[in-house]
Ligand binder design. Sequence first.
Ligand SMILES: [Zn+2]
Length: 348
Amino acid sequence: MAEEVTVLCEAEAKAGLAEVAVEVLGEVWEREEARVMAEAPEEAGDKVVVEPLLWCVPRGVSPLCGFCQRGEISLCENVTNGRLAPGMSIGFCRDTGGTWSDVFVAHGSQLYRVPDGVNDLNALMVEPFSSGLHPVLQNFPGDDETVLILGAGAIGLCVLASLRALGSRSRILVLARYAFQAEAAERLGASEVVPVSRGIDVFEEVAERTGARVMKPIVGRPIMVGGVDRTFECIGSTISIDNPLRMTRAGGRAVLVGMPGTTRLDWSSIFVKELEVCASLAYHRAEEYEGARQSTFEIAFRLMQQGKVKLDWMVTHTFRLRDYKRALEMLTHRGRHGVIKAAFVFDR
Ligand SMILES: [Zn+2]
């Protein structure tokens, strides 16, 4: 590691708290990022949040690829090049380690100082919040639109929080599986929460609320005519990626935020409704916001500083690292345990 790499010895131990934010995506455990305390001399004692993407600059690649030159670092073309082992982000690269540890490595360019007025748990939420903020900034609805968010896990709630923090007055429907998720969605400004459980026909529920019609084809699953202008898919399973396509009105837009992996998909609703379908990955440094290009993390911090969003209450559970098996078990059954976001706590 060259000197540009900031080594964060006992970083999380000093910070007292590091997010693990484990999400279950099929059988894959995905680790998100952490809050740490920098040990570079000029920053000793500062609290920082790490933007975990390993793009051209942290990798020491020069010249930067075209995407990184534009700030679109989540689309970096050099994630297997440079002085670091392959991997898109900290936690997925053998040279950096990950946040399930007393120690990991980050480059100085990945650190964001926590500004005044943002408490530790809100700082912890900057990374997941940015994963909701980015798709919303890229696909902002008009105030006259009806928006449907599929999924009220942490990312679905962060999409909702982003819409309201950025001032959207659109009508927002949220599909929520558990009562605690429904409560969280209401707290964050959902216009209506549609419960998802056995015995409830979600298509009929959404159609009734939006004046759409549910068509039942001879072959295949139901499809809605009319209704929702824009959908944000925030679950990422086989069935969940099919639903927004069937529920979005003709000419509408389906934004895929949850990553599904391998899945079979019926493409007919995309064609018969000429849908716009787009995916959103993580966050970057080229958001157009208030007349300037800036990073998603900077906007997230500003919205928190301005009091437009408050997410610390979403960290519902904390664990010691040695209790990781229990943490994983509870996250696997998050509905039963009421987990929105979990974090590891380290001794100071
Ligand atoms: Zn790049």
